[in-house]
Design a protein around this ligand. Structure first.
Ligand code: 7TS
Length: 414
């Protein structure tokens, strides 16, 4: 919630860290309202990666020479930073992956294939990104488990009264939900779902790709079993994400990718696997990207996740109030109090791709499409929406430009 007593974030000052805002498109900087897809990168992250490549780079976990030790320290230091961000009990529970998508696939293959079967139930929600939907649908089909969906109400909030009937359908073994919906911005009641999952004897998988950049995520407070996050959504480089998992689960799980680095010893007859987290990190990892990921976490932590959350709340309220003045615009999802800095909407009679195209001519960058949430689009009765999303460098003027752009859209195509 907004409070004037708390220090506000100075987005205008922070923008100086992002070179992209110095570039002009038809004489104006881009109004970048697509941070839910991926965020811009500050100089601090890019400088850290450059220094690492120039002065600290070697492969990790293998050299005895000092440069290799320096590289390993940079890489493992990033792991400690990720553990700190998530309040993980141990950094050994942090596995670097390529992305949030790969983190979820790791759970689906390495936990799901061995632990699911006929009579078991996998529960997801109507609000999931395909990354937290398709792996579960696929693994459920492959193992013979059933696949059930928690529906949403018209405001895009989960209908938890469906849980009782889902529990009667079999052994609920896994519940997967995002903490923040990438399409509607809904903040989901993950703690409640985790408690319910545990009552059923199930594990709780939290897709925090869209939450970790914008609010505190504490894996222990959520009482989750697995949490997936992504670097590129929190000012870090693409190509790296992380999975946190409870140690007892990770210890028992089979490996996911096989090859170098994840082994303890290899013989013709038998291979034994490395300890955590290396068991899940086959091959040369994304080393400088991990270091950049750590630098990005330091950057957002210094600004403060609470300040980022409050800043986005002010922007989302401004955007929703302004959009509510346009009778030809329909906004999807919950009120500002129960959402992060994401607004999806429909402009009456105009396809979202045309909306986004005309907005681009005005220098306003938004995403149009199904946002990798086709089951949600079906529920909303649309094939696509236009989505504006905010981050720490977003400013009120950009929302004014969005609204002015929408008037042009209406005037030219409405
Ligand atoms: N989960 C959620 C909730 C997401 O929003 C995304 C990406 C992912 C998982 C996948 O993360 P990645 O690390 O594999 O990239 N979401 C979006 C989006 O909304 N527009 O583009 C990508």
């Amino acid at each position: 919630m907004t409070s004037t007593a708390l220090p506000a974030l100075d987005a205008h000052r922070l923008r100086a860290d992002f070179a992209v805002f110095e570039d002009l498109f038809d004489g104006r900087p881009v109004a970048f309202l697509d941070s839910a897809a991926s965020t811009q990168k500050p100089r601090q992250v890019l400088d850290r990666m450059r220094t690492f490549y120039e002065h600290e780079y070697a492969n990790v976990h293998r050299g005895v020479y000092r440069l290799a030790e320096r590289a390993t320290e940079g890489f493992e230091g990033a792991r400690r930073t990720v553990a700190g961000l998530l309040n993980a009990p141990s950094e050994k529970e942090i596995v670097f992956t390529r992305s949030a998508t790969e983190a979820i696939n790791l759970i689906a293959y390495a936990w799901g294939l061995d632990n699911l079967g006929p009579g078991d139930v996998v529960v997801i929600t109507e609000l999931e990104h395909h990354s937290n939907f398709v792996p579960w649908q696929y693994i459920a089909h492959r193992t013979g488990a059933s696949f059930r969906n928690i529906p949403i109400d018209d405001l895009g909030e989960l209908q938890l009264d469906a849980l009782d009937s889902i529990a009667r359908e079999g052994n609920v073994k896994l519940v997967a939900n995002n903490l923040v919906s990438n399409t509607l911005g809904t903040i989901n009641p993950v703690e409640t779902l985790a408690a319910w999952a545990h009552e059923q004897g199930a594990i709780m998988v939290v897709d925090a790709a869209q939450a970790a950049p914008h609010r505190r995520v504490d894996v222990q407070a959520l009482d989750a079993d697995f949490v997936a996050i992504s670097s590129h959504k929190l000012c870090g480089p693409s190509g790296i994400g992380a999975l946190w998992g409870k140690r007892e689960l990770l210890e028992k799980m089979s490996p996911f990718n096989l090859g170098g680095e994840m082994i303890r010893s290899v013989g013709l007859e038998r291979t034994t696997f490395n300890e955590l987290p290396h068991k899940f990190e086959a091959g040369t990892p994304a080393i400088a990207e991990a270091v950049g990921f750590g630098a990005a976490i330091d950057y957002i932590s210094e600004i403060g996740l609470d300040a980022i959350e409050r800043h986005e709340h002010v922007l989302v309220e401004q955007a929703m109030n302004a959009l509510a003045e346009l009778p030809w615009v329909r906004v999807f999802g919950p009120p500002p109090e129960r959402r992060a800095g994401i607004v999806s909407f429909d402009v009456e009679g105009i396809h979202p791709h045309d909306v986004a195209q005309i907005l681009d001519w005005e220098g306003v960058a938004v995403r149009a499409g199904h946002h990798c949430t086709q089951p949600l689009m079906t529920r909303l009765g649309v094939s696509a929406t236009t989505r504006a999303s905010f981050y720490l460098y977003s400013i009120p003027e950009e929302i004014d430009r969005l609204i002015a752009g929408l008037h042009k859209v209406k005037a030219s195509l409405g």
